[in-house]
Design a protein around this ligand. Structure first.
Ligand code: GLC
Length: 512
């Protein structure tokens, strides 16, 4: 038996995060955000943490001073047919994190391939995405085989895109002494996406139980591979992004047809709550605000509220209740609940609603039209923006997050940090982080509703509206929300525990 790589370094595991996106390099949503802030938090604890993503066209090479780390990496394609290339040629570029700069991202590697990454303007949305992620997964492993100066003890693979990596490592490299001692943590940020197909409508013939070897990169079968299932099936440890979600996914309601497998693997499943980046998300220092503030001078938020109303072209009124939405606009986020009730609510309560988000056209046109019908009350900005979230968090009185399901949710935590009171559905990480206001005990940090139902949501909005009119009550809620601690420290420590467990399980597996 080969000596496990980590044996001498057991107390200092080296960690590699692999994902399809990572801020500040490229980001589409919460996953990218976590890929930025979690590795940094682990580095703060003294660990050697790096990450690897594709080098997309949009990545600014000059700005990050990328250098060649490996040229001409030959990534096997497993091609089966005559005329198909046996290898795809990639490069690996490296961003070296400037030492001592706590704000800088961790050291990062980028897999370069012209056809699959450089020629594409976006991160997601191509007919051959499965090939792109399989190439990333295999490319990372091949790079680690040939790279001489650094090899991790643990790989953290996130979501279905990198479920392929876990599968390759477990099947194709299980006898490779350079790689088979590397432990894997598979992190589920969203169980709903499992591959390039709709898992609820897959035919028996197309069904992937995860046993077979991965098909070649050119085989159309790749588009039917359930990479989420493979990640869960083969990883040493499975993590989800909140404790509540880790339990929910073992039920038929939230399990997305993988609940059986998840229950089978339950002894390896954990739920470590995401944190938010306290360095950039800080109302006291945030450069995007008109006025900075903290929990002791909340009245200063008013200047930001005025700015928000102006920027969204709404009448500037101090005492009108302003509700904000900052969200990807897709089915998960639950905005369907607004359809039947928003008009009477707006008429009856007279609040203002500002929306920042993009995604599904159905929701975009709904908000667009709502703004046309209620020009004094509703305004939306339906493309991604870096600055506006800060303005909404610091200027809105409340934020609305009515999700159908929510693995963690970051916006409610950011909102609390900025003193915007969250109105949320009791699901996933929202349930773990927001405590419903209780007038009797004068406790709670937001307004929570349980059923996925328009009336339940309308009741929560109405309760928030009523309590907003009691200045002291409202300030109490805002302050309690602001005093909550959602920084990464605690969670980073918990991740370390997972890494040690994963390393341990891997060692036992190898000894068998
Ligand atoms: C996904 C989830 C969201 C979570 C984020 C980061 O976007 O939908 O709930 O906060 O990943 O983990």
């Amino acid at each position: 038996m080969t000596m496990p790589f980590f044996a001498v370094k057991k107390s200092f595991p080296k960690i590699l995060f692999v994902a399809s996106e990572a801020a500040p390099f490229v980001k589409a949503g919460g996953l990218g955000e976590v890929m930025f802030s979690l590795p940094r938090a682990l580095r703060e604890l003294g660990y050697d943490v790096r990450m690897m993503i594709p080098r997309y066209a949009s990545l600014d090479q000059e700005k990050y001073k990328l250098r060649m780390a490996y040229e001409g990496l030959k990534v096997p394609t497993d091609a089966e047919e005559e005329g198909q290339p046996r290898h795809l040629i990639c490069n690996v570029k490296k961003f070296e994190s400037p030492s001592g700069d706590h704000r800088a991202p961790v050291t990062a590697y980028f897999l370069e391939n012209e056809e699959y990454y450089e020629k594409r303007a976006n991160i997601y949305g191509y007919g051959d995405d499965a090939v792109r992620w399989a190439l990333l997964s295999r490319g990372v492993l091949e790079f680690l085989r040939v790279n001489k100066d650094w090899r991790p003890d643990v790989i953290v693979a996130s979501d279905w895109q990198t479920g392929f990596l876990v599968s390759y490592l477990h099947q194709n490299y299980k006898d490779d002494p350079k790689l088979n001692s590397i432990a894997t943590v598979f992190s589920i940020h969203n169980l709903h996406y499992q591959g390039m197909f709709d898992h609820r409508f897959i035919t028996e013939m197309d069904f992937d139980d995860g046993h077979s070897l991965m098909p070649s990169l050119f085989n159309p079968r790749l588009l039917k591979i359930n990479a989420m299932r493979r990640g869960i099936k083969y990883a040493d440890i499975i993590n989800t992004v909140s404790s509540n979600y880790s339990k929910e996914i073992m039920t038929a309601d939230y399990g997305e047809l993988l609940d059986d497998l998840l229950r089978e693997r339950r002894s390896r499943i954990y739920g470590v709550l995401n944190g938010i980046d306290y360095k950039t998300m800080n109302p006291e220092t945030d450069p995007h605000l008109v006025k900075n503030y903290n929990v002791k001078n909340l009245e200063k938020r008013l200047a930001n509220k005025t700015e928000l109303q102006e920027r969204f072209n709404l009448p500037v009124k101090n005492d009108v209740f302003v509700v904000g939405v900052i969200s990807r606009l897709d089915e998960q986020k639950g905005f369907d609940l607004l359809f039947p009730v928003i008009e009477p609510l707006l008429k009856q309560l007279g609040f203002q609603l500002v929306i920042l988000g993009s995604g599904d056209g159905r929701y975009m046109s709904f908000f667009q039209k709502l703004g046309e019908s209620f020009p004094e009350q509703v305004a939306s900005h339906l493309i991604f923006d870096e600055v506006l979230p800060h303005l909404i968090l610091s200027g809105a009185d409340a934020v609305l997050i009515p999700s159908r399901f929510e693995p963690a949710g970051l916006v409610q935590m950011e909102a609390m940090r900025y003193g915007a009171v969250p109105i949320v559905r009791k699901t996933g990480g929202l349930a773990d982080t927001v405590e419903d206001y209780n007038p009797r005990s004068n406790s709670g940090t937001g307004f929570v509703f349980k059923e996925f139902d328009s009336l339940a949501m309308a009741t929560a909005i109405t309760r928030a509206f009523e309590n907003y009119r009691h200045r002291l009550t409202w300030q109490g809620i805002e302050k309690r929300a602001m005093e909550k601690d959602f920084s990464w420290e605690k969670s980073a420590q918990k991740y370390l525990d997972l890494f040690f467990r994963a390393v341990d399980l891997r060692r036992k597996e190898l000894e068998r």
